[in-house]
Design a protein around this ligand. Structure first.
Ligand code: SAH
Length: 381
């Protein structure tokens, strides 16, 4: 039997207000409820003592505040923590997504997932090997942040433990637009988790139409997985490039910065030995981005079982960095964290039952990469 109760983590604040009003409640009750959930991390209606008893009793009948369930937790030597969480449709088997907590001096980043698996089929990514199963719900996306805070010891009245959230875990966030945009709204809400938009980063492999749409709906920081300075190589590494090439992608990026009042776009570039790491490729990359609001983040490739690629040597990565900087583009090298527990970029595998019959990397294109329209704000049915 399926549980028909509404998971309140699925609702943005205006949606929660409309939902309460529809049930004869007052909008300010919804605001109180919202703050109980996000400011005080309360999931038990009985503990929400300033809400009238009968209101609470009514809520319990029709609603719940349900966080994702933990399957495993691994702690790395450097303080990085990786969790595997139950996700997706339980009737289709025991599936898992992964999220990673990365503590650093002065900040604490949570890397969250947006889909069970991924259909983008990037050739150097472990998640791609799993195939795609399903989109996460808004509650499953927001729930990752609440759950991580709880796991890290957050108590009501504490300051938020997580300072930055990056949508860089499993999945392509822009292929799950319908759930991701409301989740961003909840994370940004000042009565909710109150993240500043500069501390929320969405990373995409380059779904061009959805980048334009995102600019209309949100203004979070944008990261783009570029990985190659020319279309031939990028189409091999990131197959979505066959549909939206580099020129189209960059145009969308510059428009995003204008529309969303952003500072710059971060371009991720995985360093693959002998594939995309030559000085000439570094110069070509700089030529593409010079004069635009761009910064480059070089990611040393993280290997996983069965991969054909190797990580570029440290001196090659440094030389590449120098060429990009010399070419007039801001660039950094991403520090690899949590690699002793396979928590580094591109190593998140989770547990995925593949439902795609074709991969983007092959000639035919999986239907699942087509993003659905965003939900209209308003009362949930
Ligand atoms: N689908 C989104 C977000 C998930 S991946 C995207 O493509 O941007 C987050 C980042 O890790 C991306 O830049 C991705 O290209 C990179 N990545 C994937 N596999 C990797 C690997 N094996 N080593 C290093 N980085 C990897």
């Amino acid at each position: 039997m399926t549980d028909a109760r509404v998971n309140l983590l699925d609702l943005t604040r205006p949606e929660l207000e409309a939902w309460c009003v529809e049930r004869g409640g007052k909008a300010f009750r919804a605001r109180q409820l919202f703050q109980w959930i996000y400011k005080r991390a309360e999931t038990d209606f009985d503990a929400m003592t300033d809400l009238a008893k009968d209101f609470r009793a009514g809520l319990k009948q029709v609603a719940e505040i349900r966080l994702p369930e933990i399957i495993t937790r691994q702690d790395a030597a450097d303080g990085t923590v990786k969790w595997m969480l139950k996700a997706g449709d339980a009737t289709r088997g025991n599936q898992g997504i992964e999220m990673v907590y990365i503590p650093e001096v002065g900040r604490a980043t949570l890397c969250i997932s947006s889909q069970v698996g991924c259909a983008m089929d990037c050739s150097f990514c472990s998640t791609a090997q799993q195939g795609f199963n399903s989109n996460l719900s808004t509650a499953e996306i927001v729930g990752q942040v609440l759950l991580a805070q709880k796991e890290l010891g957050f108590k009501a009245g504490d300051d938020r433990i997580i300072s930055n959230v990056v949508l860089m875990g499993m999945g392509e966030p822009l292929a799950n637009f319908r759930s991701v945009v409301p989740a961003l709204r909840i994370l940004l809400d000042e009565l909710g988790l109150d993240f500043s938009r500069r501390r929320l980063t969405l990373s995409t492999s380059g779904l061009v139409p959805q980048i334009y749409k995102l600019a209309e709906e949100s203004n979070v920081a944008l990261a783009v997985s570029l990985h190659a300075p020319d279309d031939e190589l990028r189409s091999e590494l990131v197959p979505i490039n066959r549909r939206h090439n580099i020129a189209e992608l960059l145009e969308a990026c510059w428009s995003y910065v204008d529309e969303a009042n952003g500072r710059s776009v971060t371009f991720e570039y995985v360093m693959l030995e002998g594939v995309n790491d030559s000085p000439a490729q570094a110069r070509a990359l700089a030529r593409l981005l010079r004069g635009h609001p761009a910064k480059v983040n070089l990611i040393p490739f993280n290997p996983f079982p069965g991969t054909q690629y190797r990580r570029s040597r440290p001196e090659v990565i440094r030389a590449f960095l120098d060429q990009v900087l010399k070419g007039g583009v801001m660039a950094t090298i991403r520090k690899t964290r949590g690699d002793d527990i396979d928590a580094a970029c591109g190593q998140l595998a989770g547990r995925v039952i593949n439902r795609t019959t074709s991969r983007l990397g092959s000639k035919r294109v999986a239907v699942s990469v087509v993003a659905q329209p965003a939900t209209q704000p308003g009362a949930p049915s």
